[in-house]
Write a protein that binds this ligand. Structure first.
Ligand SMILES: *[C@@H]1O[C@H](CO)[C@@H](O)[C@H](O)[C@H]1NC(C)=O
Ligand SMILES: *[C@@H]1O[C@H](CO)[C@@H](O)[C@H](O)[C@H]1NC(C)=O
Length: 435
């Protein structure tokens, strides 16, 4: 055996361990259960809703899911729908993990109306109106404004198109919820590898950039540099805040200006982001560091100030807040199996893990908090992978070795019903667990 066949992997492992000592936890397989749900027996409490067998397009390979809330004039929640971004072509077009083989067919958006407690409804594809011909659509993160008193909502979706990545803006009217009217494509040199979006107003948002070096770089750099950036957890990614300003333009010329500012720099693989219900905290998933960073947000200036870091037992993908301000993180507990699926290995599955993250009720000192033993109900405790922190409590809400539901990317909880929804990057449909 040549020396470099041993030396190179060892050098890479040493470098990884130096950046993130827990990374080994997502490189090694873990014996997760077929499934675990924190609020009941998964066999009777969880179901996966799928598109009809012959349905086209297919409801699969979904990355993101968000609530679309409809409020009364008084601001009370009257209806809560779910919008899901899916891309059945992900195995031939994935700008984050590769490959970049074929950007056809396009991905799409879906609308799901939670039915009554006992029956499940089917998701409906959202049709686009006015979408430019020949403009690819490969959705990733998305966010939407509430609808108040039946008013239309503004929807923003990250789009990993053929030549580069954009953000698409649509309008969605509750009167016709399965038709998204295309408004415009937002392009900017700052959108290098946009991933998650969190709206701060109907015309402004935070957006994460997950890599500085992307798969779009010329060969062979495109397959080497992004992987090195991920594995070495290089702090080369960031969060932008973007405001679309139409005021400087006349009605006759419906152009807009982009005001950009860097909201957070020096992050490693910044992935999903979520804004707390009170607008005062922005949570950012750092996939390669297996951490979630919490930033205090100034609601007037949108400036962020670092506040806390919480460890999670997987490479976190996306984040969401429920109405009560509990944060949910979903992600990948075994990185090599996600790569195996991305590479198209037949029969490959990858596990799922979702945790809730909530502030500790009282401020404790290290002496009174058991940082080693926590998350005690899950078959595989988060404590087997990462230490606890003083500021927040981490608890498993869903776990699967990939057989029941795999490649979790987003976990949502509806506080009004307690129902949890999980979508999977390379799985079919959407998992629904009811307490
Ligand atoms: C998941 O666990 C179940 C039950 O133990 C087992 O039958 C299945 O083969 C496991 N799947 C994987 C991918 O390990
Ligand atoms: C993650 O979810 C939030 C809402 O919970 C959404 O705004 C964001 O775009 C999502 N990001 C990704 C990468 O899916």
């Amino acid at each position: 055996m040549k020396l470099q066949t041993i030396f190179i992997p060892v050098a890479v492992l040493v470098a990884i361990a130096w950046r993130n000592p827990y990374f080994i936890g997502v490189l090694r397989p873990t014996a997760l259960p077929e499934a675990f749900y924190s609020d009941g027996d998964w066999k009777t409490h969880c179901t996966v809703i799928k598109s009809p067998a012959d349905g086209v397009p297919k409801f699969e390979y979904c990355e993101d899911a968000i609530f679309w809330d409809q409020l009364s004039v008084a601001g009370e929640l009257t209806n809560r729908l779910i919008i899901i971004s899916c891309d059945p072509g992900r195995k031939s077009w994935n700008t984050v993990m590769g490959p970049l083989r074929e950007p056809e067919p396009h991905g799409g958006l879906w609308l799901y109306q939670p039915a009554s407690v006992n029956s499940e409804s089917e998701p409906s594809p959202i049709l686009f109106e006015g979408y430019p011909k020949g403009h690819d659509f490969h959705p990733l993160g998305l966010d939407i404004t509430h609808s108040r008193d039946g008013s239309p909502s503004d929807l923003f979706v990250v789009n990993h198109a053929r030549a580069r990545s954009y953000i698409e803006q649509f309008v969605l009217d509750p009167a016709e919820p399965t038709v998204a009217k295309w408004v415009r494509t937002v392009a900017s040199t700052y959108l290098v590898a946009p991933n998650g979006i969190a709206l701060t107003s109907p015309t402004s948002f935070y957006v994460s950039n997950d890599h500085l070096m992307t798969r779009r770089l010329p060969k062979p750099l495109g397959s080497i540099l992004p992987m090195m950036e991920t594995l070495l957890s290089l702090p080369t990614t960031w969060i932008s805040h973007i405001t679309l300003d139409e005021s400087t333009h006349s009605k006759a010329e419906p152009a807009f200006t982009i005001d950009h500012s860097f909201a957070a720099l020096g992050l490693s693989f910044a992935n999903g982001i979520a804004l707390s219900p009170n607008g005062r905290t922005l949570a950012i998933a750092s996939s390669s560091m297996m951490q979630v960073h919490l930033y205090d947000r100034n609601p007037t200036t949108n400036a962020l100030a670092f506040a806390h870091t919480v460890h999670v037992p997987f490479a976190p993908d996306n984040l969401s807040y429920d109405d009560e301000g509990t944060l949910f993180a979903a992600g990948h507990p075994h990185f090599p199996s996600v790569i195996a699926i991305a590479k198209g290995q037949a029969g490959a599955v990858a596990p799922s893990w979702v945790v809730s993250i909530s502030p500790r009720v009282a401020v404790h000192s290290e002496a009174t908090v058991n940082l080693k033993e926590y998350d005690t109900r899950a078959p595989v405790s988060a404590s087997a992978k990462v230490p606890a922190v003083l500021s927040h409590v981490v608890e498993t809400t869903f776990q699967s070795n990939g057989t029941m539901f795999g490649t979790s990317t987003t976990g949502l909880r509806d506080s009004t019903t307690g129902v949890q929804y999980v979508v999977g990057l390379y799985d079919q449909g959407m998992l629904i667990c009811k307490p």
